[in-house]
Design a protein around this ligand. Sequence first.
Ligand SMILES: O=C(CO)[C@@H](O)[C@H](O)COP(=O)(O)O
Ligand SMILES: [Fe+2]
Length: 217
Amino acid sequence: MKIAPSILAADFSKLADEIKEVELGGADYIHIDIMDGHFVPNITMGPMIVEAVKKVTSLPLDVHLMIKNPEQYVKAFADAGADFITVHIEADPHIHRTLQEIRRLGAKPGIVLNPGTPASMITSVLEEVDMILLMTVNPGFGGQSFIDAVLPKIREVKEMVELKQLNVDIEVDGGINSETANKCKDAGANVFVAGSAIFNNQDRQAAIEEIRSQLSK
Ligand SMILES: O=C(CO)[C@@H](O)[C@H](O)COP(=O)(O)O
Ligand SMILES: [Fe+2]
């Protein structure tokens, strides 16, 4: 079970301190949300921020691309130090090429599905990825409410990867707190992104531990 704090909810004026705090608090990955104002109605960070984050942590960087034409930018993010690069199936008509390019660049490719996208959309890319990210909110903003209707899809994807005996992580992202993380774990998820549940708590370590203790139940 891995916990990936999303820095979208951090205080950007002291980002290095925020990252150190979650690293010391027991985080497994640092989740970085890249938004372009086209694929989603918000603009956040680019490769320069990934490069800066890489300098202040030894944790793997989980870079979630919410951008159109991701194939044009995967090299910039891999060069910046991304360990995982996840791309939305809805954003890329040439998805195999993009996922293979991510691997060729030395990063781990992941595929992302919006809440409304069926699991069947990714059957042909299962062998290409190290991670499947199931959005549990519509992407674009932190602090939204978890969509329970995604739970059956987590089960479905878990069955798909087990059937093919693939070693693929199943990540969830959006509205994750100790209660919703536990539901997702029961459905088959093993990587949990949490933004507000961690950074809105003054004690980040306590927030991470709370999620982890629920996951161990
Ligand atoms: O990708 C996204 C949002 O589009 C996420 O990674 C959010 O940053 C998660 O924030 P919370 O829902 O946990 O506040
Ligand atoms: Fe994300």
